[in-house]
Design a binder for this molecule. Structure first.
Ligand code: FES
Ligand code: FES
Length: 402
């Protein structure tokens, strides 16, 4: 068992919990806050969505021990929240719930939409809600309810909501806090059977441990063209900080020769993860090829990722080169279910294309070297839409795959 303490709905709780207990079970069975519903327990349906430090998170793929020191808001914690008060009323008016099973997660996501996207239209609201599945298929009413709250706030702004939006824009915590609650130590639910001692949580992998084993990972190929001589492209691509500066969402925190430590944030529709880890570049100057071997861990879901990004520069003309990219990766933990999905594979190919655009930009503006690099605009929402649109086109042309 591991000692854990966190703030839940404005109240400090602490106690011991098995390292493998996910936040959803912890909230329901230890804290007895049963408003958080669990359904798929695979991070897909969104029924279990709660706020962790103000961000919507799937509690079924978030370990309770990963929430040490964090602030959790469940559906029971919104009594005085001005946005949730409007959403409650709108869900009632627009018949936005039937069995209500999805409703706690749906309301949590809806609140996040109202907070972040005051100008969202119906299409955007539908995309934002796409990570929450309603088994009763009541999306029409849910969308109408969110739209009615957005419209009424645009027509008659509410100072309390504006204050929350301002805090959200500055990255400050925006969940309601219950004032004056006393700290509590939770006691285990008497009906729960004592669980077998669980293995301690795996430590964050700080060093790359070799290639993702063939047959155990997913493989994605892609590539991009660069309007520069191959030798010039290779000189750039063999430089680790330069390569990392072109990877959307990547930040290098430490570098020692060809080894780096850092993080990469990935957001795709309702999915978000931030992997901390290490990578090492192995170069073959003769063949103008390299492999970046990396491993990391997402702090909230504790999912681990290991991957090899292989790339090779080929001359296709005097001032034209092609960079072939071969990504072999494996995911372990709650996020593993996403690793082979066709959407994620399309998403990675788009990331490779964005990476290529950044490489071209960097080569076109070498004078910026050493300066913080303004990457080609990375817009996860636009990318999500683009990937979906490609899928729809392929489906109607009879070539749908994955
Ligand atoms: S229970 Fe379905 S996403 Fe968590
Ligand atoms: S109202 Fe029944 S699952 Fe959404």
């Amino acid at each position: 068992m591991t000692e854990v303490s966190m703030e839940i709905n404005g109240r400090q709780v602490s106690g011991s919990v098995a390292p493998r207990t996910h936040l959803g079970d912890f909230l329901r069975e230890e804290i007895r806050l049963t408003g958080t519903n669990l359904s798929c327990e695979h991070g897909v349906c969104g029924a279990c969505t709660v706020l962790v430090d103000g961000q919507p998170v799937r509690s079924c793929i978030t370990f309770a021990v990963a929430c040490e020191g964090k602030r959790i808001t469940t559906i029971e914690g919104y009594d005085d929240d001005p946005i949730m008060a409007r959403l409650r009323e709108a869900f009632h008016q627009k018949h936005a719930l039937q069995c209500g099973y999805c409703t706690p997660g749906m309301l949590t996501t809806a609140r996040d939409i109202v907070l972040r996207l005051p100008q969202a239209d119906e299409a955007r609201v539908r995309i934002e809600l796409s990570g929450n599945i309603c088994r009763c298929t009541g999306y029409q009413g849910i969308t109408a309810a969110v739209m009615s709250v957005l419209t009424s706030l645009n027509e008659r702004p509410d100072a309390a909501v504006e204050a929350l939006r301002g805090a959200a824009a500055e990255g400050r915590f925006t969940a309601p806090e219950a004032a004056g609650q006393e700290a509590a130590t939770f006691t285990r639910f008497a009906a729960a059977q004592p669980s077998a001692p669980a293995a301690p949580a795996a430590p964050a992998t700080a060093e790359p441990t070799g290639a993702a084993a063939p047959g155990k990972g997913s493989s994605i190929q892609g590539g991009f063209d660069v309007p520069f001589a191959a030798a010039q492209v290779w000189a750039f691509m063999a430089d680790l900080p330069a390569v990392a500066s072109c990877l959307p969402g990547a930040v290098i925190e430490e570098q020692d020769g060809d080894r780096v430590k850092g993080k990469i944030a990935v957001k795709f529709g309702p999915m978000a993860a931030a992997f901390n880890g290490a990578a090492q570049l192995e170069r073959n100057d003769e063949q103008m090829s390299a492999v970046l071997r990396g491993a990391g861990q997402d702090s909230l879901s504790q999912s681990r990722a290991k991957g090899d990004v292989g790339y090779r520069v080929m001359a296709v003309g005097e001032n034209a080169a092609r960079v072939e990219v071969d990504l072999l990766y494996s995911l372990q933990g709650p996020l593993a279910q996403f690793s082979r999905s066709g959407l994620v594979q399309d998403f990675v190919r788009r990331m490779i294309a964005d990476f290529g655009r950044n490489v071209v930009l960097r080569l076109q503006h070498p004078a910026d070297e050493g300066q913080p690099f303004q990457q080609a605009q990375f817009n996860p929402f636009k990318m999500f839409l683009g990937v979906l649109w490609e899928r729809v086109k392929r489906f109607f042309s009879g070539k749908a795959g994955g």
